[in-house]
Write a protein that binds this ligand. Structure first.
Ligand code: SF4
Length: 357
């Protein structure tokens, strides 16, 4: 591994810059405690600050502490997460809150190994919780910090490679100061989010530009190295939007693992014939015709999903569902709190809008 000279005043310059230009009014910077920092850090994974703010505020209104979160039903937690994506994050938060209540007497773990043992908490999140909420010296290495450090030190290689990541951790540890660690942590995250941005970094106003290798060599756009490209496959599915004569839509509770785990979604099929036979078998009813809606595409990290929604109105009286745990009739304009995948929510909104016309 190459040896780097650690500029000793790197943290001081970041902190001075942060005190004058950093963000101090974010909701999770108020009434700071480990629980609030934890929720914000999980929401901020792969999600922009502006998107997270309203979700964070609503989440805190409903689950202001670990106990309320642990006591809530998972459906309710997923309901307030709907639209944020990466639902495993919400399921892990809920599981972790229950573990904190059951195994730690409701006290947030003060030991890093206990914190890392909780579902969904990795090394960077644990570092952020301890440094931001408790002022303990721990490094962090989220996407913003990786960008700043790979540019500042001109680190070659995609940061997702283990060897590169370990090198970045080593550098992150060395930069982390012994004093004012909370301000430093917030400062380096802010610098990455607002100055050392992915496109068009504002190097002219950057507090560490005179030592930044990438800037000094005009190579900012080379770092961080991108992930090696590979094409991702396309999968196809049919969403069956089955509406009864009360305007309720049939939803299916998905299994706890896999895509959209534990969320409610339309039953999925691979052909219209399959829908017909399933409705006859499960609901004892025949569909006369279906209306195909516009194709939708939803992209996951490892594949694209092409969705053909088909809508069928059933002249169906009463609840004929045999498996009441797995299926429910959902009233789109009603008050059922269910977590749903984004395309499902969007289609339900369209149906409500069209039915209201
Ligand atoms: S000088 Fe530019 S590239 Fe270097 S850390 Fe600052 S903003 Fe990033």
């Amino acid at each position: 591994m190459p040896a780097f000279s650690m500029n000793p005043d790197f943290p001081e310059r970041l902190i001075t810059w942060f005190n004058m230009h950093g963000r101090h009014d974010l909701p999770w910077q108020q009434h700071v405690n480990p629980y609030r920092v934890w929720i914000s850090e999980i929401m901020l994974q792969q999600t922009q600050v502006t998107t997270v703010i309203p979700y964070f505020n609503t989440f805190m209104d409903h689950f202001p502490d670990c106990e309320t979160l642990a006591n809530a039903h998972l459906d309710e937690v997923l309901h307030y997460w709907t639209g944020l994506g990466y639902y495993a994050r919400a399921r892990n938060l809920h599981r972790a809150a229950r573990i904190i209540m059951d195994e730690h007497g409701g006290i947030f773990p003060a030991d890093i190994d206990q914190l890392l043992a909780l579902p969904g908490i990795g090394r960077s999140t644990a570092g952020a919780i301890f440094s931001l909420a408790c002022g303990q010296r721990h490094a962090i290495l989220d996407g913003n910090v990786k960008r700043v450090l790979t540019r500042f030190h001109a680190i070659k290689g995609w940061p997702g490679l283990l060897q590169v990541e370990l090198e970045l951790w080593r550098i992150a540890e060395q930069h982390t100061p012994h004093k004012n660690v909370a301000s430093y942590t917030q400062a380096i995250m802010d610098l990455g989010a607002t100055v050392c941005t992915r496109r068009n970094p504002r190097c002219d106003i950057c507090p560490v530009n005179n030592d930044c290798c990438a800037f000094q060599q005009s190579r900012q756009h080379e770092f961080p190295y991108p992930k090696p490209r590979k094409s991702i496959p396309v999968r196809k599915t049919i969403f069956a939007i089955l509406e009864n004569n009360q305007g309720e839509i049939l939803l299916e509770h998905r299994p706890p693992t896999g895509i959209w785990g534990s969320l409610w979604a339309f039953p999925e099929f691979s052909s219209e014939d399959e829908i017909q036979s399933w409705v006859e078998k499960e609901l004892g009813f025949s569909i006369n015709s279906v209306v195909c809606k516009s194709m939708m595409r939803h992209t996951f990290s490892h594949f694209h999903l092409e969705i053909m929604p088909v809508h069928a109105r059933l002249e169906l009286q009463g609840n004929r569902i045999k498996d009441g745990d797995r299926y429910c009739w959902y009233e789109p304009s009603g008050k059922q709190y269910l977590g749903m995948a984004t395309p499902v929510k969007k289609l339900l909104q369209e149906i409500t809008f069209n039915n209201g016309e």
